[in-house]
Each structure stands twice: as structure tokens, then as C-alpha cells.
Design a protein around this ligand. Structure first.
Ligand code: SF4
Length: 695
């Protein structure tokens, strides 16, 4: 007791002393007793000396506008801006934008894991420094690099070390000197077109991309593409429309009356735009989601179609069949039909080719087939015109693009005489033919895509006999081919095929047939009632699969048949790395250096890596496996056996770019032309062309 009493007394004395000191120094007292100094720390945390407007260059394509608060040159915090212009008084605002990745984006800038200095493999640096020193008192970097490249044993050693790390830090100046020396050496020895570049994507930094692309274009090198290479590009788009990816602004979702969200997890991958998806629902838009899992976008939907991954094309074929049957055959929707006649190739005539006794769809009938000899007749498609009771050549095919004026459009006119056209959609229509055009019924074979091995199926379809180049040929329309391809019969004595039916797709996709029918009909009826405001939002979930072009094209048959493309609130909306870039035209001039040279020197990445990495040497793909079964007997024999040959053929035909273009240094080509007497650029070109012709 006595002991503890002494302790208590001692404690009391200490506390009394402390209190006295605290009273003398009030600040310390506040701090030590849990005072308010932490508030200063907190205030300092949010202090800034300037604010800059920016966004996050992280390839999200959201481009959300942010105020970035900076103190002493360091980003301290960010806040979303809320000053976007309104799209329309009746429209939701663009805000709120932003996403969780965005608010943490500045952390990456200061991450200790970020590479902020040039790094080089130690042994290469050592050899470079030695070689540079050996060039003499006035160093010659190009000579040093040439010596390094000539030392084949050391080069092989260096290459063997690739992938094994061993990097050391160098100064920017040293790294830049080495790269410049390597470029100059390569250009001198092999030519500028042996230099290839790949700079970060425009969606990450327009300036960064433009600077690199401009550099390579001015240098005479080539820029390697990106959007197609990693398959963000939907190949269906250039295949159908000839453009890269032209889709609506996300705010346009709000205009839609019906949306099918197909393999695009909007809340996750287009976070700042996802509110339009939700707001559209408040407005009354009905939504069907196609997704193998109950994804974030499925939980907002009215229907969830759980198609197994990779089977979407089967579901789309069945839905297209429902629409075609309901809106074109069982009854006729004039708006859809008018749209199909004017804006699609459905009325265009196609030749039927016979192979091993089977009739197959061949190429389009061309203007020169029907005796037209005007401008580019081999590049113009043909329809059967009810007005003139004869074939006619409508505006808008590729042949009208060059060499004539005023016909590169989709007005329903004959491109030669300008007379109004009334094309037939189907040769099953009762129409009075001319003596050179006799409607008949013929059995045509189609590939089927549900069999383990290549297989064909057949149906009778409406065709016509037509004199082409003095020979009688069978032709039909794209519409008639599509109808039969979707398993629909045009004759009372021929049943519909089960292929491509809603029941057919169920075991493939797992989606109940009734659900596929219901969503297809709702989509079509909404389009009919709203003038095409039915939309399909598509994305990486289906684009990043094998044969994505066929999947997309099967889905796009829905928007095309329902007259939705080109309508606000309708059509397709693909979102994989797609964005609208306001300053595009100016930016293109800068990045492609088109103020100096035309055309831009671009190389598609897939071909480049296929050849430059020697991947083609290890190719196991049999080209016949890539052909539809209909081509396996006949036409596939005329195909090159190896994909590399297909690429080479495409380059020769001018369908693909390819660099380098000569088997010698282009500088040498110019030197030889000069030695042969060329004094002007035209002389040089003529000399080079002549050498190519002479082999
Ligand atoms: S979506 Fe996210 S990461 Fe992209 S700009 Fe907007 S906030 Fe930044």
C-alpha cells in the first residue's frame, strides 16, 4: 500500500509539472493532447499553385475532362469538370463522367514501377562505348554502330541475351545518339524503308503518336498500324461499309427506342458513358442483353439472352431469319423495303456459278456484263429495273467514285442516264421480264456452318436466265440468296430448312427459341414504329473472337434489314477503342506529314509482324480450312496454298500496303537512275518503273 501510494504521488507530480509546461507552451499542449495540427497537414495536402485542364491518356477513349491541381510541379489531386456543352435541352447532360481508373490515374505518374529513364542491356552498352571510343578522338557514332553490326559473333551473343534482363540506366543523350546512329547506318546500308516504327496510340496521346508518326513518315520509314493489329478494329465495318469504324456518339443511345447490348459490358468498359444507357431506360427504351454471364450490363436489361461464348453468330442468324420472314415475306414493311432497295446491295444481281454439278453464288453481275461500256464498267453493280424492264446500273458502286461526277451517292438513279430506278428485291416478284431475262427456279447450294466438317445444303431459289457476253447465264439477287441462306423457302412445295431457325440455334447458343423470336420481333417492330430507332451496341466480348467478321456481319443483318443504319438512335454502335476525335483532320496532316509528302507510309501491323518475325515459316494453317465448303472443290484449287502467298498476292493487287517495296536500297535505285541519265523526279520514277517491268 505504502509503495503504490508513493507511485501515485509521483505520477500526480509529473502530471502537475506537465500541465504547468503545457500552460506555458499552449501550442505544444494542443498538439500533444491530440490537438488540431493534423488539420494543417490535411490543408497542405489539398493546396495547389496551379490548375490545368487535362484527361487520362490511358487508351480508355473516355476523354473525360478533368481539372488537375498541381503543386510544385507535382499532381496533387484531380476533379471532374462539369462544363460540357449540353447536347440538347431534352437530353441528359454528359456529366457525370469519370471512372475509378481515372481518379487513380495520377498515381501511375509517380509509381516507383514506372520506367522514366532510358534502359539498355549492359553488354550492348559496354560494346557501344568501346566501339565509340575506338572511332578516334572525335567520335563517329555511325561508324561505331556499323562496326557493332559487322561483328556478327558479338551480335549473336547480344541477341541470345534478349529476354534475360540485365538492363542498366543511361542518359537520354547517350540513348538518343545510339538510336540516331543506328537509323543513319540502316538508311545508308539498307534504305529508309527498312526502318519501321510504332508509337503509342492516339487514344493515349495524340501528340505522342503524331510526333513519332511524323518522324517516321519524314524519314522515309513506315508506321505500323495498331487498331487492326490487336483486333479492336471490327473487320466487318470496312467489309460492309468501306470505312474503319463509323458509329454514333454514345449520347445517341438516348435516342434509341430499343437496344440490344451484345458483348459490350458498358458500365465496365465505357464507364463515363454508361449513364446514357441507364437514362435511356428511364425514357422508356427497352433493352435486351446478350452475354454468357450475368454481366453488369445484363442487370439493367429487360431481357437477358445468355448465349454461350463464341456462338453469337448462330443467334444472330436465327434472329435475322425471324425478321426477314416476318417483315419481308409474311407481310411487307414498306419502310424496310424502301431502305433495302436504296441503301443495301440486296437488290443487286449475282451470277450463279456451276461447280461439279452444283450451283453456287458467284460474283456480282457487272455493268460490262450487260453491255455497258462507259466509265469503269467492271466496277459497277447491276439491278433489274422494273421501270425499263431491263437491267440498270445504279449510282454509288465503286466505279462511280472515279471518272464521273454526281453519281457517287445512293440516289436511286441509273448512273449513266440519270433516270429514276425501281429495282426488284427478289426475282420471285411477279414482274414482266424482257426476252433476255427469263425468271426460273433453280437449286442453289450454300455452305453450312454448324457441321463438324465442311458441308453444303441446298434450296430452290428464284433466278433468271440472262444473256451475259452472248452466253446464257443464271442470275439471282442478293436478297434471294440471303433468304435461302437463312433457310426460308419461297415455294409452297418446298419446306423451310431447319438451318438458321430459332430452334436450330438453341442447342448451339443455349438461348431458348421463344426468347430469340421475341427479341427479334420487338427489335423489328420498334424499328418499324420509330423509323429505324433500334440499336445494337456491340463490343470486345464478341469482336475478340475468331471469325469476328462473320459474327458481326450476322448481327448487322438485323440493323440493315430493319432500316436502322444512319438513323439517330438506330444502327450499330461498336465500342472497342473507338472514339470521336475533334481535331482529326489537322492532326492527321501533322502526324502523317502530309504537308510534306503524300501518301502516308503506313504498314498494316499483322502482315509486318508475320513476315518480319518469320512467323510465316512456322505456319501450319491449310488455306482450304479457311475456305467455305462451297469453295473446297473448285475455287480453292486456284488459291495459294500458304497464307503468305495470299498476302503477297494482295500486295501485288494493290489491296495491302507493304514495305520495303524494293529488294535493294531505294537510295541506290535513285543513284542508278541518275547514272543512267535521270535528272528529274519523273525521270527517276520512269527509270525505276522500267527496271521493275524488265524484272
Ligand atoms: S473513363 Fe476513366 S480513365 Fe478514361 S478519361 Fe474518363 S475518368 Fe479517365
Amino acid at each position: 500500500m505504502r509503495h503504490s501510494g508513493r507511485q501515485a504521488l509521483r505520477q500526480f507530480g509529473l502530471r502537475l509539472r506537465e500541465l504547468g509546461q503545457n500552460l506555458l507552451h499552449r501550442k505544444d499542449y494542443a498538439e500533444r493532447m491530440g490537438g488540431r495540427q493534423w488539420e494543417d497537414y490535411y490543408r497542405r495536402r489539398w493546396q495547389y499553385d496551379k490548375v490545368v485542364r487535362s484527361t487520362h491518356g490511358v487508351n480508355c477513349t473516355g476523354s473525360c475532362s478533368f481539372d488537375v491541381f498541381v503543386k510544385d510541379g507535382v499532381i496533387v489531386w484531380e476533379a471532374q469538370k462539369t462544363d460540357y456543352p449540353s447536347a440538347h435541352p431534352d437530353f441528359p447532360d454528359y456529366e457525370p463522367r469519370g471512372c475509378p481508373r481515372g481518379v487513380s490515374a495520377s498515381w501511375y505518374v509517380y509509381s516507383p514501377l514506372r520506367v522514366r529513364h532510358p534502359l539498355i542491356r549492359a553488354d550492348l552498352l559496354q560494346r557501344w562505348r568501346t566501339a565509340l571510343a575506338a572511332t578516334g578522338p572525335v567520335s563517329d557514332p555511325v561508324l561505331a554502330w556499323a562496326r557493332l553490326m559487322d561483328d556478327t559473333a558479338a551480335r549473336a551473343q547480344s541477341h541470345a541475351r534478349r529476354g534475360k534482363g540485365g538492363f542498366v540506366r543511361v542518359s537520354w543523350e547517350e540513348a538518343e545518339t545510339m538510336i540516331a546512329a543506328a537509323l543513319v547506318h540502316t538508311i545508308k546500308k539498307y534504305g529508309p524503308d527498312r526502318v519501321f516504327g510504332f508509337t503509342p496510340l492516339p487514344a493515349m496521346s495524340m501528340v505522342g503518336f503524331a510526333s513519332g508518326a511524323r518522324f517516321f513518315n519524314l524519314l522515309g520509314g513506315s508506321m505500323i498500324s495498331f487498331y487492326d493489329w490487336y483486333c479492336d478494329l471490327p473487320p466487318a465495318s470496312p467489309q460492309i461499309w468501306g470505312d474503319q469504324t463509323d458509329v454514333p456518339e454514345s449520347a445517341d443511345w438516348y435516342n434509341a427506342g430499343y437496344i440490344i447490348a451484345w458483348g459490350s459490358n458498358i458500365p465496365l468498359t465505357r464507364t463515363p458513358d454508361a449513364h446514357f444507357y441507364v437514362e435511356a431506360r428511364y425514357r422508356g427504351t427497352k433493352i435486351a442483353a446478350v452475354s454468357p454471364d450475368y454481366a453488369d450490363y445484363a442487370k439493367f436489361a429487360d431481357h437477358w439472352l445468355p448465349a454461350k461464348a463464341g456462338t453469337d453468330a448462330a443467334l444472330a442468324l436465327a434472329m435475322a431469319r425471324v425478321v426477314l420472314n416476318e417483315c419481308y415475306l409474311a407481310r411487307r414493311v414498306p419502310a424496310f423495303e424502301d431502305y433495302a432497295l436504296q441503301f443495301t446491295d440486296l437488290p443487286c444481281l449475282v451470277l450463279l456459278e456451276e461447280q461439279d454439278g452444283a450451283l453456287l453464288a458467284g460474283r456480282f453481275v457487272r455493268a460490262d456484263d450487260v453491255g455497258r461500256q462507259g466509265n469503269n464498267p467492271q466496277w459497277k453493280t447491276v439491278v433489274y429495273d422494273q421501270n425499263r424492264k431491263a437491267p440498270a446500273v445504279p449510282n454509288g458502286s465503286i466505279g462511280t467514285r472515279y471518272g464521273e461526277q454526281g453519281t457517287w451517292n445512293l440516289r436511286l438513279q441509273d448512273c449513266e442516264d440519270g433516270k429514276e430506278l425501281a429495282p426488284v428485291l427478289s426475282l420471285a416478284e411477279p414482274f414482266v421480264g424482257n426476252s433476255d431475262f427469263t425468271p426460273v427456279r433453280a437449286t442453289v447450294h450454300f455452305p453450312r456452318f454448324d457441321a463438324e466438317s465442311p458441308a453444303l445444303r441446298s434450296m430452290d431459289i428464284p433466278c433468271a436466265r440472262m444473256k451475259i457476253m452472248g452466253r446464257e447465264r443464271l442470275v439471282t439477287t442478293v436478297f434471294d440468296l440471303l433468304t435461302a441462306d437463312l433457310g426460308l423457302s419461297r415455294y409452297a412445295d418446298q419446306k423451310d430448312d431447319v438451318y438458321a431457325s430459332p430452334e436450330w440455334q438453341t442447342p448451339i447458343t443455349g438461348v431458348p427459341a421463344e426468347q430469340a423470336v421475341r427479341v427479334a420481333l420487338e427489335f423489328a417492330r420498334n424499328a418499324e414504329q420509330t423509323g429505324g430507332k433500334s440499336m445494337i451496341i456491340m463490343g470486345a466480348g464478341i469482336n475478340h473472337w475468331y471469325n469476328n467478321d462473320l459474327t458481326y456481319r450476322a448481327i448487322l443483318a438485323l440493323t440493315t434489314l430493319c432500316g436502322c443504319q444512319g438513323v439517330n438512335g438506330g444502327g450499330w454502335a461498336h465500342y472497342v477503342g473507338q472514339e470521336k476525335v475533334r481535331p482529326l483532320s489537322g492532326w492527321t496532316t501533322v502526324s502523317m506529314a502530309s504537308d510534306w509528302i503524300e501518301p502516308p507510309r503506313l504498314q498494316n501491323g499483322t502482315s509486318f509482324y508475320y513476315f518480319a518475325t518469320d512467323a510465316w515459316r512456322y505456319e501450319l494453317l491449310d488455306m482450304k480450312a479457311m475456305c467455305p465448303p462451297a469453295l473446297n472443290n473448285g475455287l480453292s484449287n486456284s488459291l495459294p496454298a500458304h497464307p503468305a502467298d495470299c498476302n503477297a498476292k494482295a500486295v501485288r493487287m494493290g489491296w495491302l500496303p507493304f514495305y520495303p517495296q524494293f529488294n535493294e536500297n531505294p537510295l541506290e535505285v535513285c543513284h542508278k537512275a541518275q547514272e543512267a541519265g535521270a535528272t528529274t523526279p519523273d525521270d527517276t520514277i520512269h527509270h525505276a518503273v522500267q527496271r521493275l517491268k524488265d524484272g
